[in-house]
Design a protein around this ligand. Structure first.
Ligand SMILES: [Cu+2]
Length: 225
């Protein structure tokens, strides 16, 4: 992805760390994900976020602990090969009806300055769905900014790549606290993104990967390094 300068992002106002509600108890919790997001080649924004929450000062005292935001997967069909480290996606696959459903949480936590789905941005969350399967998505926005959920081909897209594959009005997004749903049929094998189409957000790292695989495969959801 192209590098994004902090100045070009600030015009859109996606960076609003001071406006974020950030309870103290959640503070240290934030460090794991942004660090790896930076490693993943993310923007100056992520670095700014790290600096803003004092990442460097606590680096020496970070205890070894499980990554944040990774409670056990809530449910999965035995037939679906769901990685046990899957985020709280409520990822469910039903081979009998060839349907899959999952719950995206925009701005789930402060990872990547809040520009994440379920705590993951920059492509770290990877969902695959076989061609022809029905996909049902719940898109929840934990705010404080507007966000959306859409399946797109690449970083420059402002419309979903598949008919119906986005939350309503994805460019303006939905308000904090709102949950919307949409569903579509996975058509067209290949690589896509799950992205927020509010201007500047995908560029800030608010995207993950979505792949339509051959019809004989099984759905998967996993987190990559
Ligand atoms: Cu967004």
């Amino acid at each position: 992805m192209p590098d994004v300068t902090a100045s070009s992002e600030q015009g859109d106002g996606p960076v609003a760390p001071r406006g974020h509600r950030q309870p103290r108890s959640g503070h240290r919790h934030d460090h794991g994900a942004p660090v790896s997001a930076v490693r993943a080649g993310l923007t100056a924004l992520a670095a700014l976020a790290l600096a803003a929450c004092g990442g460097s000062t606590s680096a020496g005292s970070q205890p070894a602990e499980a990554p944040p935001g990774v409670p056990p997967a809530t449910a999965a069909s035995p037939a679906a090969s769901v990685d046990p480290s899957a985020p709280p996606l409520s990822f469910q696959a039903d081979p009998a009806t060839r349907s899959v459903s999952f719950h995206l949480v925009a701005a789930h936590d402060q990872a990547n300055s809040g520009f994440n789905f379920n705590g993951y941005g920059g492509g770290r969350l990877a969902i695959t769905v076989p061609e022809g399967w029905r996909v049902s998505v719940a898109c929840e926005n934990r705010g404080p900014l507007n966000h959306s959920c859409a399946i797109v081909r690449g970083p420059a897209d402002s419309q979903p790549a598949i008919a119906g594959a986005s939350s309503p009005n994805p460019v303006s997004g939905q308000a904090a606290g709102e949950t919307t749903t949409f569903d579509f049929t996975a058509r067209g094998q290949g690589a896509y993104r799950i992205a927020c189409l509010v201007p500047g957000h995908e560029q800030a790292g608010m995207w993950d990967t979505f792949t339509i695989t051959d019809a004989g495969s099984q759905p998967t959801a996993k987190v990559t390094a």
